[in-house]
Design a protein around this ligand. Structure first.
Ligand SMILES: [Zn+2]
Length: 434
């Protein structure tokens, strides 16, 4: 059998299910993706081209292991069954990509597909928390790139595909990654992909999502002309320099590509700090110095809560709930909020839709970091009246002056300045933001 499958072709899977090829959906370097009927259900089949493997049997064994162990979270389009036929061709079955999802690289080119910046932050949060689970199960992904993720720009939901790459950390399946996303130590061919190299690729992906520019592609990239393998090795491997590096100014963004120049000064300082850490010479050259998924989750959760809309429609980032001038040059209004929430480490604007998660109220395990605790809701009749809802599974307390009362899960109470939320050991004070 050749590389391709004919529409109508019928095959039997490892789990003894009957599949029928419906039509071709996509064509990549490794293989072709088909829409199939899988035992009566519409699904997808990735069918490999022959001779694309470094070690075919190892690849098949790894794929089988992934199928048997099941998907880490619903954010993964995970292999669920596989097909092997005489002649050595094979493929795996997965769910179809649902409606409304686009490839992440589309969002790098057309960031306006996100209806709001907050949704871009949500997408980053979802990617990094999915990787948090994947890494905690001992896997590494090996090939993070803009082509392996689907994002629903309206919900911020992500779907991570091409999970045939996923392997236990330390196992060499021959995958090296995608140029521009590979960690420097992989580009210079010193090591095989690891949890730490995934972390570099994730940081690149998030910078591209939030600053709409590649973090290492400044003037050295635009002046390079052709990106031959030697130049690629230099820019992404041997001498990578962050375009915003505070000390090395030889690779600043080219003014002809000003996206990062526009976004960077508007970012809250804590977000600039984590990007500076992720792309510091220290982290670029020492894989163990890269921020972990939990480090990213903490900053992204905080960042999400700092996004406030100006009346002109522009989104403004209020670090520590401090009022600031709208960044849109034609607007220039002062943007601030009437209330703020004082958390253990920082303050947040306290407005409609503010959410507070477990990882914001003190030390916690990674698996409960994104457990929601508090959700702020504006009254439908009077949008200036706010309520605070207990969205956790346990009751918490509210104190106003000397009186304290319990708020049961799903219960909402009206917000009054100077009230205090008592979540276990932690206190969140709601203050007037003057
Ligand atoms: Zn404005």
């Amino acid at each position: 059998m050749g590389a391709g499958l004919e529409a109508g072709a019928s095959l039997r899977t490892k789990f003894n299910k009957e599949i029928r090829v419906v039509k071709q959906l996509g064509d990549g370097s490794q293989g072709i993706v088909y829409a199939i009927d899988y035992d009566g259900r519409p699904m997808a089949l990735k069918w490999y081209r022959p001779n694309v493997f470094y070690d075919r049997q190892k690849f098949i064994d790894n794929l089988r292991n992934n199928i048997m162990s099941g998907k880490p979270t619903d954010d993964f389009l995970w292999p669920v069954d596989m097909v092997e036929v005489m002649g050595g061709s094979f493929g795996y079955v997965m769910d179809l990509r649902p409606e409304g999802f686009v490839e992440a690289r589309e969002l790098f080119l057309h960031p306006n597909l996100f209806p709001s910046y907050r949704r871009a932050i949500d997408a980053c949060m979802n990617v990094v928390s999915a990787f948090n689970v994947l890494h905690s199960k001992g896997y590494c992904y090996q090939d993070v790139s803009g082509g392996n993720f689907f994002v629903n720009p309206h919900s911020g939901q992500v779907l991570i595909c091409d999970n045939d790459n996923v392997a236990p950390a330390g196992i060499d399946t021959g995958i090296r990654g995608t140029p521009r996303f590979m960690a420097p130590e992989i580009v210079v061919e010193n090591s095989v992909p690891s949890v730490q190299s995934d972390r570099h690729s994730l940081a690149v992906l998030m910078f591209m999502m939030l600053c709409v520019q590649h973090p290492l592609e400044g003037v050295r990239f635009t002046k390079a002309g052709s990106l031959d393998p030697t130049m690629q090795k230099r820019l992404y491997g041997i001498e990578p320099v962050f375009i915003m590096d505070p000390d090395i100014t030889t690779n600043r963004p080219d003014p002809a590509f000003p996206n990062a120049l526009k976004v960077w000064p508007c970012l809250p300082e804590h977000m600039r700090r984590i990007f500076l850490r992720a792309f510091s010479q220290n982290a670029l050259k020492n894989p163990n110095r890269r921020p972990s998924e939990m480090d990213w989750i903490r900053e992204l959760v905080r960042f999400r809560s700092e996004v406030v809309n100006c009346v002109c429609g522009n989104e403004v980032f209020l670090e520590n709930a401090r009022p600031r001038t709208c960044d849109k040059p034609s607007c220039g209004r002062r943007v601030g909020t009437a209330l703020r929430a004082d958390l253990p480490g920082y303050s947040l604007p306290f407005v409609d839709d503010t959410r507070i998660y477990r990882c914001q109220t003190g030390v916690c395990d990674a698996n409960v970091a994104l457990e929601p605790l508090v959700w702020v809701l504006a009254s439908r009749e009077r949008p200036d009246v706010l309520g605070v809802r207990n969205v956790s599974r346990a009751p918490w307390g509210v104190s106003q002056g000397a009186s304290i009362h319990m708020v049961a899960p799903r219960q909402t109470v009206m917000v009054i300045p100077d009230m205090e939320l008592r979540l276990n050991e932690e206190r969140i004070h709601i203050s007037r933001n003057v």
